[in-house]
Unconditional design. Structure first.
Ligand SMILES: Cc1ncc(COP(=O)(O)O)c(C=O)c1O
Length: 398
């Protein structure tokens, strides 16, 4: 009896996989998981054709910087390809500690802990610090990894309207006043390109005793002095308790970080399951991030070029009358409003040699279906011109 029940359940899950509508649609239209045959800087080759990459998050263009490649290669030779386990079980390596100290110094925090994925770092920033009985004040447009962490924490969630201090105040005024509170925002919203209204949000958070967390995956490298991020941009170190983010964007690597006061980071090392039970970042990844961090401080031209390119690109899009959701940063959505409009727009860009990514509801709010683009310091003037021509053509076909 027990066996037949087990077999039935197993089949149920298999059937769910086979019947899944979203998967069928994905396979039919094939917008994701393209396997590029080659990449150099912002050029990728797909099906034998060179294309311009316009959806990567290599904002500063350091993934192909010679110093970053050299550092990563040398570290792999010295330490091997993997750490083969969690630091809690087979120990840290000196490169872990070195990168954590450098990141903490750069971000202006006492301490930092790194993980093998940004998703882990950001998720654990919720899962570790909030618990049942607490209240999490969450911007409605947060990234999936924050929602996952929130769910694991089992805290009560109170959502406030995207980037709205007024709504945050209203929600806080009507929430349980005795509960411990955590306020969470993104420094730069990954889809929208909006900068968090941190001065107002943190002031309200402080009034209500919130532990404030900023996921700065898209602000790091882009905002603030030398790219120190959104907190630095606003000069709000005192008001933010935890900064988390990714090494896979401006830092040209793979991995993530959580930075804050020493006692907070030590609490994470003791209590975070995502930290204790997951293998540590490899030497090659850590060394790439460390070298990129060094380049960010010694070569200001990358950040300057990023913003010059962003300005040029946005002027083109605005000139075409495209809706960029008031993006304030190099993460630039092109809002088209429905999947029926997004798909042909995306496909036309692809046919014209521009690689972008579609994002449709529920990944974005209903009515905000979009093509997400991100500009890099490595895009050349010629490439931006070509992108503009393709956008004009796709916009005309709408
Ligand atoms: C806002 C935000 N947080 C966290 C992450 C996770 O970072 P990673 O891709 O390095 O795991 C992402 C990735 O896209 C992101 O956009």
């Amino acid at each position: 009896m027990a066996i037949s029940l087990f077999a039935k359940n197993k089949k149920g899950i298999l059937n769910r996989c086979r019947d899944d509508y979203a998967t069928k649609m994905r396979l039919k239209y094939a917008p994701y998981y393209h396997a590029m045959e080659f990449q150099k800087d912002t050029t990728v080759r797909l099906g034998g054709r060179d294309m311009i990459m316009l959806s990567s998050n290599d904002y500063l263009g350091l993934s192909f910087h010679p110093k970053v490649i050299e550092a990563s290669t040398a570290a792999t030779r010295k330490w091997g390809t993997s750490t083969n386990g969690a630091r809690s079980s087979n120990g840290s390596r000196t490169f872990h500690v070195e990168l954590e100290e450098k990141l903490a110094a750069f971000l202006g925090t006492e301490a930092c802990h790194i993980h093998a994925a940004g998703y882990l770092s950001v998720m654990t920033s919720m899962a570790t610090f909030a618990q049942k009985g607490d209240v999490i004040l969450a911007d409605k447009n947060l990234h999936s990894c924050l929602w996952d962490g929130i769910q694991i924490s089992r805290a009560t969630v109170e959502r406030f309207s995207h980037n709205s201090p007024d709504d945050l105040r209203d929600v806080l005024a009507s929430s349980n006043s005795d509960a411990a509170k955590l306020l969470v925002v993104e420094g730069v919203y990954s889809m929208e390109g909006h900068i968090a209204r941190l001065p107002e949000l943190t002031e309200i958070g402080e009034e209500y005793g919130c532990f404030t967390v900023v996921d700065d995956a898209h602000g790091f490298g882009v905002l603030g002095r030398q790219g120190r991020g959104t907190t630095n941009h606003f000069g709000l170190h005192e008001k933010v308790d935890l900064i988390c983010g990714s090494l896979s964007k401006s830092l040209a690597s793979t991995g993530g970080y959580v930075a804050g006061a020493r006692d907070v980071i030590e609490y994470l090392r003791t209590n975070s399951k995502q930290t204790i039970f997951s293998a540590a970042i490899s030497a090659g990844q850590a060394a790439a991030a460390m070298a990129a961090l060094e380049v960010m401080q010694s070569e200001p031209q990358h950040l300057e070029r990023l913003w010059a390119n962003t300005k040029k690109y946005k002027a083109i899009l605005k000139g075409l009358g495209l809706d960029i959701w008031e993006s304030e940063t190099p993460a630039v959505p092109i809002v088209l409003g429905s999947k029926e409009r997004v798909y042909p727009f995306w496909k036309t860009l692809l046919d014209k040699g521009i690689f972008t990514v579609m994002s449709i509801a529920p990944a974005v709010p209903a009515g905000k279906d979009l093509v997400r683009t991100a500009i890099s310091a490595l895009h050349t003037d010629e490439q931006i011109e070509k992108i503009g021509e393709a956008m004009a053509y796709a916009a005309k076909k709408l």
